[in-house]
Design a protein around this ligand. Structure first.
Ligand code: URA
Length: 202
């Protein structure tokens, strides 16, 4: 592994270009490409997911697979325009284990989340959102340093390590994995949380 260049980039575009060549952790080797954040660089709202999935890895764009569709749909219903937000992930490379022709998603490890926080911090300094929404435990941990379970934290505001408000909610891919009854309940909570984010942004 190369020793990373710790000179912080001066623009968001320079950061993106550096991140495309990132070798801070080993996830870069098997992944297709870095999936950088996307949206309005002047956004007041930042949405932080876990890490790119299979679709995102292949397309090089965040939230384009099934979980991303659910997120974008629910944002729309809440009156939040994804193009006016900054949509990114705590970890910017896909982590998976190959199984035959399929690539099975794996949760990033704490060390991978910490290495990639370098990039999330740069995005946050440059975008300086008024509100952040953390999707799931990985984003919540990266942003707040708190690894405790999500259930009692969901739907509430916490403070990020850099001092801003963050609303904690479910990861949409969790909703897609649940059985129908709990999925319906989690979907309602997810929609209520994004509506609360819209209310806080108004
Ligand atoms: N899940 C995430 O956490 N991020 C994406 O970009 C896509 C799916």
């Amino acid at each position: 592994r190369q020793i990373p260049d710790d000179t912080p980039p001066e623009t968001l575009e320079a950061a993106r270009e550096q991140a495309l060549r990132c070798t801070r952790c080993d996830l870069c080797h098997a992944a297709t490409q870095t999936v950088w954040g996307e949206g309005d660089p002047a956004a007041a709202l930042m949405i932080v997911g876990e890490a790119p999935g299979d679709h995102e890895d292949l397309q090089g764009r965040p939230f384009v697979g099934p979980a991303g569709q659910l997120l974008r749909q629910t944002m729309d219903q809440a009156g939040l325009d994804p193009a006016q937000a900054w949509m990114t992930n705590a970890v910017k490379h896909f982590k998976f284990t190959p199984r035959g022709k399929r690539r099975i998603h794996q949760n990033p490890a704490a060390g991978e989340i910490r290495h990639c926080k370098w990039w999330l911090d740069i995005e946050r300094r440059m975008i300086a959102p008024r509100l952040t929404v953390a999707l799931g435990a990985t984003a919540a941990f990266s942003l707040t340093g708190n690894r405790s379970p999500l259930t009692p934290r969901r739907g509430k505001l916490e403070t990020t390590l850099d001092g801003g408000p963050v609303l904690i909610t479910w990861h949409p891919s969790l909703i897609l994995r649940l059985d129908p009854a709990p999925a319906a309940a989690a979907r309602e909570q997810f929609a209520a949380d994004l509506s609360e984010a819209a209310r806080l942004m108004a």
